[in-house]
Write a protein that binds this ligand. Structure first.
Ligand SMILES: Nc1ncnc2c1ncn2[C@@H]1O[C@H](COP(=O)(O)OP(=O)(O)OP(=O)(O)O)[C@@H](O)[C@H]1O
Ligand SMILES: [Mg+2]
Length: 363
């Protein structure tokens, strides 16, 4: 399951965002280091296409997709050297698939800002540099391990040492590992993966915005400029409003959504954005027994997708019947789709597309 960690300075709204997305109620109070131990939530989310197939197949069971959120303690300058709540929290980050880096873009003189005043670009950079610092330590440790081997003539170690040197130079001037050499050889990728670097993980910058639109313009612009420089992505959300909404009853929620002129589908949007970030797409399977959705890397073939479901399906793969859910919706039934010849028969190499409904035939 996809695991996303919320990272950022203390008191920027990480727990508030966590509550908004998970409909939980962990403490999100106005004091730094309110969160110490990470909060975890496994959140099921809706998918209209899944609902549609479920109805169509009259399945007995519907397995909704889910995602795991981890609300991590605030990081401060020097965290990589043990400042604040220290290194332990960097360990929590190493366990997630992607980072949601929460940045304060709201003003509120009652809420302490750990750096004195609201300055999204500077705040984001403080955290990013801390993560880079930790990675440099990891690289240094590996370098020391491999150095003697390389000097003794070990070829692999020599290749690794050279890569580590380049990577170190790249990170030392403030770059994240994920931006290092977009075209990597398999060997290079393997070495980099083996380091489990924090800045190798995909990151989504979450601009935690204000109710005041002028403030938002000013602060989000400044964050955008910073994020653009490092080729990153931004997600804007007012976590406080969304958290308040998430604890309301349906009717009350609808009223507020209209009053505030927002669309209130923050979980849905957040999931879409995270999937984009991770280059994931969703396909759906559905039989009388069960309808289920699957997240796979964009580019996954029918054969690989079959393996995700069950090794038997992959081993015995004969063919896949495929139709995109959107098209199936328009047609209304599998029968119509079949009669019109719109269900395609695909082989192992077929590349799965977003929203495909797939039926695997196997021995
Ligand atoms: N968009 C927002 N607008 C106004 N206030 C907000 C917003 N988001 C969060 N807050 C407020 O900021 C304070 C800190 O929020 P929260 O506890 O979620 O931060 P945190 O990043 O989890 O902090 P810590 O690192 O201490 O755990 C809370 O009082 C919360 O209500
Ligand atoms: Mg918190």
């Amino acid at each position: 399951m996809l695991k996303i960690g919320f990272v950022g300075l203390p008191n920027v709204g990480k727990s508030t965002l966590f509550n908004a997305l998970s409909e939980k109620q962990v403490p999100a109070e106005n004091y730094p280091f309110c969160t110490v131990d990470p909060n975890l939530a496994i959140v099921e989310y809706g998918d209209e296409r899944l609902d549609f197939i479920y109805e169509l197949q009259r399945s007995e069971k519907k397995v909704k997709p889910s995602i795991e959120f981890v609300d991590i303690a605030g990081l401060v300058k020097g965290a990589s050297k043990g400042e604040g709540l220290g290194n332990k929290f960097l360990d929590n980050i190493s366990k997630v698939d992607a980072i949601a880096h929460v940045v304060r873009c709201f003003e509120d003189s009652n809420i302490t800002h750990s750096q004195g005043s609201v300055d999204p670009a500077t705040d984001a950079e403080i955290i990013d540099l801390e993560l880079i610092e930790k990675d440099l330590e990891t690289i240094k440790n590996r370098y020391e391990k491999k150095f003697k081997l390389a000097r003794a003539g070990d070829k692999d170690a020599k290749v690794e040492i050279e890569l580590l040197e380049n990577l170190k130079n790249f990170l030392e001037v403030g770059n994240p590992s994920r931006n290092f050499k977009k075209e990597r050889s398999e060997k290079e990728q393997e070495i980099i993966d083996s380091l489990f670097l924090l800045t190798e993980k995909p990151v989504l910058y979450v601009a935690n915005i204000d109710e005041n639109k002028d403030n938002n313009k000013k602060y989000v612009e400044s964050l955008k400029e910073y994020v653009k420089k490092i080729d990153g992505q931004i997600f804007e959300i007012n976590s406080k409003i969304e958290m308040d909404l998430s604890s309301m009853e349906y009717g009350e929620r609808a009223m507020f959504i209209e009053e505030l002129g927002i669309d209130g589908d923050c979980l849905d949007k957040f999931i879409k954005k995270s999937k984009d970030l991770l280059n994931l797409i969703t396909f759906i399977t559905g039989t009388k027994n069960e309808t289920k959705s699957w997240n796979v890397i964009n580019g996954t073939t029918a054969y690989e997708a079959a393996g995700k479901i069950h090794t038997d399906i992959q081993k015995g793969f004969i063919k896949a019947e495929v139709i995109n859910t959107e098209l199936l919706k328009k047609l209304g039934s599998i029968k119509t789709a079949k009669n019109k010849g719109l269900i395609s028969i695909e082989g192992k190499d077929y590349v799965i597309r977003e929203g495909d409904y797939v039926y695997f035939h196997f021995h």
